[in-house]
Design a protein. Structure first.
Ligand code: PHE
Length: 334
């Protein structure tokens, strides 16, 4: 009976101590077997009580060993030592696409439906592809339109200021008809603020074939803005770019009579979204395309600006700060 009490009190969390305890009571040479061997020497009058007590001891000791082993396993499992293979796995957190990527992919998808492919080029460019081929010879005042980052002291090597450079490369390497858009990062030496950054992202487009007209350009842009913004109005304002003639600035109207209004919380009105024009014949000739045979149009837009508009983001810097609280908000937009 004392042994029963002792067994009930016993506790440990060591594997070795449990095994020693088991051997002590339940092992071949353990106490219980001793007691069973003792049984025949017990006077008949006490046999019943002795037998019941020994059986009770055996039960208590067996239960104790099982309970201690189970407790130990649970503890290890919690620590992941054994690892229960039947347990459901840890959920893998899903990331979100960056708003720039979301908008870029939308733009690519829209133009792919009307036959435009995607072309890419280097961010570190030479003067020819970024400026000279585009009708901006050295000392041309229009170079001041784009404040350029040069690489070290070599004025020939720079960070591209627009992806028009990719269009030059594409024209040099492909024959018309050409229908291509060039998404990519561009750099300009501008003060960083809520509205502008020293790098941003563009999609520029180029269409060259026989008899391409300004009407084709306008129709293409109207199709594009309707697909991206919903039913929308655009207007073209005369402008100047060295590589297009005539040139225009494209505004989209944010207002109640168009579908763009639900996204527009602050005011309505015309918002500039891109530049465009008919490719200057000099540019075609510079790139090995006969300007007497072919004509074309080009356009270029900033993805960041459009992302700010579509998602009503107030500060362009949020797009490059990698704040997870900001980025996580785009999970549903995958
Ligand atoms: N390259 C111009 C820019 O970066 C945009 C543009 C492209 C304008 C094509 C007209 C035609 O501002």
């Amino acid at each position: 009976k004392e042994q029963i009490e002792e067994v009930e009190k016993f506790t440990t969390d060591s594997k070795e101590a449990i095994e020693a305890f088991r051997i002590k009571y339940l092992g071949k040479k353990g106490l219980l077997n001793d007691f069973f061997a003792e049984f025949r020497n017990v006077p008949n009058a006490q046999k019943k009580e002795f037998g019941q007590t020994v059986n009770a001891l055996k039960q208590v000791a067996t239960e104790k060993v099982n309970a201690l082993k189970e407790a130990l396993e649970n503890k290890h499992e919690e620590k992941g030592v054994y690892g229960d293979l039947t347990r459901p796995g840890e959920p893998i957190p899903l990331g979100a696409r960056h708003p720039i990527s979301i908008v870029k992919n939308q733009i690519i998808e829209i133009f792919s439906r009307i036959g435009f492919n995607v072309s890419e080029g280097p961010e570190i460019e030479d003067d020819w592809h970024n400026f000279t081929a585009l009708n901006l010879p050295e000392y041309h005042p229009a170079r001041d339109m784009q404040d350029t980052f040069f690489i070290q002291t070599d004025p020939d090597i720079l960070l591209r200021t627009h992806t028009s450079s990719v269009q030059v490369r594409y024209m040099e390497n492909n024959k018309p008809p050409i229908r291509t858009i060039s998404p990519g990062r561009v750099y300009r030496n501008e003060a960083i603020s809520a509205r502008s950054h020293c790098f941003f992202h563009q999609v520029e487009g180029l269409y060259i074939d026989k008899d391409v007209s300004f009407a084709d350009l306008k129709q293409t842009l109207q199709f594009f803005t309707t697909e991206l913004f919903g039913k929308s109005k655009i207007r073209l304002r005369p402008s100047y770019f060295p590589f297009t003639e005539p040139s225009a600035e494209v505004d989209v109207y944010w207002g109640l009579e168009t579908e763009t209004d639900y996204r527009m919380t602050k005011g309505t009105g015309w918002l500039e979204i891109m530049g465009c024009g008919m490719v200057d014949p000099n540019v075609l000739d510079n790139c090995g395309i006969d300007s007497k045979e072919y004509s074309g149009f080009a356009f270029g837009m900033g993805i960041d600006r459009i992302a700010l508009l579509l998602y009503q983001i107030s500060d362009i810097r949020l797009l490059s700060e990698n704040d997870i609280r900001f980025l996580e908000q785009f999970k549903s937009a995958l």
